[in-house]
Design a protein around this ligand. Structure first.
Ligand SMILES: *Cc1c(COP(=O)(O)O)cnc(C)c1O
Length: 733
């Protein structure tokens, strides 16, 4: 089973890297030993910033800058965010910069140099370096692959080295040193976005999937290369060759091993480290200044004998910076929590139920048959991306969808594995099939030719018609199907058919389904006798899984039962397995009022009160997918654990319900349309039957205006208490 990669190792090192940067700016060992301090701040701590660049390379650039999936939109969004953060930091440090005299006699040229390269305060060079580095890497990605980008950025790094730690080698070489001096008018150091950042950004993107396999080799590699880098740094320092001390020949080597080592650490993500390390980085210079000022003003006034110990000072700055960073991160996450979730009308997904259904359904299938869940139509209304991501996490590696746009949506969200498009795709969109690694269904013979004419190889599964007569080539036309294998650009990787009465219990239906299965497998046999490889074979959907597990071949295209519901109550029993509904549908009570007997309510005044009546209006309507066929008391909702019938006609955005029997209903209460409230439950099947349709119709009709949220998991087993969100979401329980 595929497991999700854990990046906790990177998170932990982010914190370490942040404290290393603080060390660079506070020299913790200064009071003890100059060489020890050099080692700590000019050798060890130099791992920090390149590491941050690599993380950005991995999470922002990889998979977007190079290759056929080049897609810079997320990179652009990231840049926008970083630029805003940089501007905020510039403003934040303006007073300190002025106080420190950084901006005296500022010419426009010097200002440009501060903003574009050096940063307007000493630690802020990181932001322009990051921005420029990303721009350069994007440019490289346009013209060359990742290895060539690696080579070019390594060359830039070497140029940078000569202006940094190895300056002594060229300082006296005329021509070369002049060229560098010219450069130094533009930027104070070569440790910048042009020479330093690109290499580490590309390395991060390149190493993304590396590591994990050989932690011991990587650990040894890191120790050896770091020892050598220490020798390198001390030697350069000893011979006084350094103009600056940020770049070493062995720095990329050390980081190569270190990064792989961290990737191989299978530790759960520690999300808080990400925000906190960034804020420590941003805030620590202000803390250094504040601590300095505090010591000067307060302690000296009080004539307290203060220890001017560099290590104590360092720890002081670390502790205060961490506290400030935690505070900022907490405030920001609080601000961000203002969302549209659970405000008006929403869906709650129970991922525990999804997992239970996956396991139960897998248990019905023979060994070797894998799930290929149908996540078409927004994952039956649940939210295709949310559901598919969770399925990926549960080890599911194949999906089917109805259209190419659905496939692209999944790929853009990072869904891994096979994605089969079950229907027709217009030839104009064939390019997308390749670009997003989608598999196309061959709907008939002429379509295969159409696919071939696209001119480049396209992956395909052949649809075979065994009696449904919707799409596919009739299964008795063996020659016609065999001919499809000759189209050079049509890469046939599978073959399937669809059963149309597999949910029926009547003997006629059972015979028909058995004939469909037999016809399919006979066709496969005839083709194989001709030496043709049909690839992955699949025919069962939900009905087939429950009633004909013997037909399960390589894949089971499970749809409705994966979501824990049956299409209709007449269907055959669920083979004794416990399915659990994944989806709940909820809305709010907008307003409560009373009307007198004889008064009407809603459009057409279709509801007429027969007694003193309490009406509640809820914030969901047919535009959200609450079928208008539920009007006039056919549909019900649950409020405070009791049932309330729909009064009159369902409106587009609101619905009136009769709550005469529930006097305690208040504005803001949660109304449950599908799901549980107290001891009462309304299922999607209840709603479907009230509306005279099947659950598939109800679920896929749930509209885009609903917010889709994942229900927080209750941790009863560990004694965890209910979260605030849960309480809020279900005051009725
Ligand atoms: C929708 C669909 C499925 C899934 O069907 P369920 O009955 O919901 O399991 C499987 N195969 C094909 C071809 C489909 O169109």
């Amino acid at each position: 089973m595929e497991t999700k990669r854990n990046y906790g190792g990177l998170d932990v090192f982010k914190m370490i890297a942040a404290y290393l940067v603080v060390a660079i700016h506070t020299s913790p060992l200064e009071s003890f030993h100059a060489d020890a301090d050099f080692f700590l701040t000019r050798v060890l701590a130099r791992l920090a910033v390149p590491f941050f660049f690599m993380v950005t390379g991995q999470f922002v650039l990889s998979g977007r800058v190079w290759g056929k999936d080049r897609d810079l939109a997320p990179v652009r969004r990231y840049l926008k965010k970083i630029i805003l953060l940089y501007l905020a930091a510039v403003v934040l440090y303006l007073p300190l910069g002025v106080y420190a005299g950084h901006y005296e006699n500022l010419t426009p040229g010097a200002l440009a140099r501060l903003i574009c390269f050096d940063g307007t305060f000493y630690h802020l060079w990181y932001f322009p370096a990051l921005i420029l580095g990303i721009l350069i890497v994007c440019l490289l990605g346009r013209f060359c692959g990742i290895y060539a980008s690696l080579a070019v950025s390594a060359l830039l790094y070497v140029i940078g080295l000569l202006g940094d730690s190895y300056w002594g080698l060229i300082a006296d070489v005329p021509g070369i040193s002049d060229a560098y001096e010219l450069g130094f008018r533009l930027f104070s150091y070569t440790r910048n976005g042009l020479f330093l950042a690109p290499l580490f950004l590309v390395m991060g993107a390149w190493l993304r999937e590396g590591g994990r396999e050989k932690p011991i080799a990587d650990g040894v590699g890191f120790l050896v290369s770091f020892a050598l880098m220490t020798v390198e740094g001390l030697t350069l320092h000893y011979f006084d060759l350094q103009r600056h001390d940020s770049m070493y020949v062995l720095l990329p080597v050390c980081l190569f091993f270190l990064y792989r080592l961290l990737l191989s650490w299978d530790k759960k993500a520690v999300g808080v480290c990400r925000a906190v390390s960034t804020w420590i980085y941003l805030l620590h210079p202000a803390v250094i200044a504040a601590v300095h000022l505090f010591h000067k003003l307060v302690f000296s006034r009080l004539h307290v004998a203060l220890t001017d110990n560099s290590l104590v000072r360092y720890l002081e700055v670390c502790v205060i910076s961490t506290a400030a960073a935690l505070a900022v991160a907490a405030v920001l996450s609080g601000l961000r929590r203002v969302s549209f979730e659970r405000d008006r009308a929403w869906i709650e997904l129970d991922m525990g139920a999804l997992e239970q259904n996956v396991r139960a359904i897998q248990g019905l299938l023979p060994e070797g048959c894998r799930l290929m869940p149908a996540v078409k139509a927004e994952g039956y209304g649940h939210g295709a991306v949310l559901i598919s991501k969770e399925l990926n996490r549960l080890g599911v590696k194949a999906f089917c969808v109805a259209s190419v746009s659905e496939g692209v949506q999944l790929r853009k969200a990072g869904i891994k594995g096979e994605i089969l498009i079950l229907g027709y795709t217009h030839p104009r969109q064939f390019g997308l099939l390749r670009r997003y690694r989608l598999i196309q269904t061959v709907v008939d013979e002429s379509y295969a030719e159409e696919l071939h004419r696209y001119g480049r190889p396209v992956r395909a599964h052949i649809a075979v018609d065994t009696g449904m007569h919707r799409i596919g080539i009739p299964c008795d036309r063996t020659d016609e199907i065999a001919r499809l294998f000759q189209w050079k650009n049509v890469k046939i990787e599978g073959m399937f058919t669809h059963l149309c009465v597999s949910d029926g219990a009547q003997s006629r239906q059972r015979e028909f389904t058995k004939a469909q299965g037999a016809a399919f497998f006979q066709l496969v046999k005839r083709l194989e006798e001709r030496g043709l490889d049909c690839g992955k074979k699949h025919l069962v959907a939900s009905g087939g899984i429950l009633n004909y597990p013997e037909f399960a071949a390589d894949y089971a295209r499970v749809g409705i039962i994966l979501y824990g519901v049956r299409s209709a109550s007449g269907d055959l029993d669920c083979a004794g397995i416990a399915l659990k509904p994944v989806l709940s549908l909820k809305a709010r009570v907008a307003s409560v009022r009373e009307i007198a007997p004889g008064e009407g309510a809603g459009y057409g005044l279709a509801f007429v009160a027969k007694r003193p009546t309490r009406l509640a209006t809820i914030t969901i309507g047919y535009a959200d997918g609450l079928s208008r066929l539920l009007s006039g008391g056919k549909g019900q909702v649950l409020i405070r654990g009791r049932r309330a019938p729909i009064a009159g006609r369902v409106c587009m955005d609101q619905t009136i319900v009769d709550v005469t029997e529930i006097p305690e209903v208040r504005q803001g209460d949660v109304a449950v349309l599908i799901g549980r409230s107290g001891n009462e439950t309304l299922t999607a099947l209840d709603m479907a039957e009230a509306a005279g349709t099947i659950t598939n119709d109800i679920l896929t009709g749930l509209g885009p205006r609903l917010t889709r949220t994942v229900k927080p998991r209750t941790r009863r087993a560990t004694g965890g208490k209910e979260t605030k969100a849960q309480k809020e979401a279900s005051p009725e329980s």
